[in-house]
Design a protein. Structure first.
Length: 244
């Protein structure tokens, strides 16, 4: 694997050297390829560890069950799906956070879909390989927000649908924001009115933590959301939320 990574890096460096002599604009796509290669290389040990723990491609995968009539196989499934499931997914998530992907993304040209789309697609694939469904959902939501902000509404619609399917926190609000920016403001406000009532109920029944989980943010709920009942459904509050 390391040999393949080295060959890929060398293959990128040759056109990068030539393009850098012309302009930074010509060289930047090759820098993005190096960026992706570095992230893939950094996440590869984590993906290999996860797949090995699942018995996929491991050295003792086939032989561990051949000598025992299904007992080992059942215990492996129990470890993957049972009580140890939270630990098995939280550890890869912690390790991937340590790579510093969010900070690296901020250093790229965030207004360029050609730059960010392959990076986000690579990360979603890494998360999927590690079985991190929550991070995959967040990746689709992040992609939807990016496309909306730079005006690629059709692509944003596709991404927000994927986020809704994956049940990403905040996907409903992102869909309403997209409708607002597409000019469908009446439908956007109707959607937010429904969400306002849901959040109001969640806040008073389950508290602020559950409400924030649905919103998909760490910020405190707006007064219109968790304040008096008269504040629910106010058009000014809904418009402010759609511009967040």
């Amino acid at each position: 694997v390391r040999e393949a990574v080295l060959q890929a890096r060398q293959a990128i460096q040759y056109p990068l050297s030539a393009a850098s002599m012309e302009s930074y604009t010509r060289a930047y796509p090759h820098l993005v390829h190096l960026h992706m290669l570095q992230e893939a290389e950094a996440s590869l040990p984590i993906m290999l560890a996860v797949t090995s723990a699942r018995g996929i491609g491991g050295d003792d995968g086939p032989t561990s069950t051949s000598g025992r009539t299904g007992g080992s196989g059942r215990s492996q499934r129990e470890r993957n799906q049972g009580g140890g499931g939270e630990t098995s997914t939280s550890e890869p998530a912690r390790l991937l956070r340590g790579i510093g992907w969010e900070a690296r993304l901020q250093l790229t040209q965030l207004q360029s879909l050609a730059t960010c789309e392959p990076l986000l697609a690579l990360r979603r694939q890494v998360y999927a390989t590690c079985g991190l469904k929550e991070q995959v959902a967040h990746g689709w939501l992040q992609y939807a927000k990016l496309c909306r902000r730079i005006g690629h509404f059709e692509t944003a619609s596709m991404a927000v649908l994927e986020a809704l399917v994956e049940k990403a926190p905040g996907a409903d609000f992102e869909r309403a924001k997209l409708l607002w920016h597409q000019g469908e403001r009446h439908q956007a406000i109707c959607d937010v009115q429904v969400l306002y009532h849901v959040l109001y109920h969640l806040y008073h029944v389950w508290g602020v933590e559950c409400t924030l989980a649905v919103i998909g943010t760490k910020r405190p709920p707006a007064p219109d959301v968790c304040g008096s009942a008269s504040g629910i459904g106010g058009v000014n509050g809904e418009r402010g939320l759609l511009w967040m």
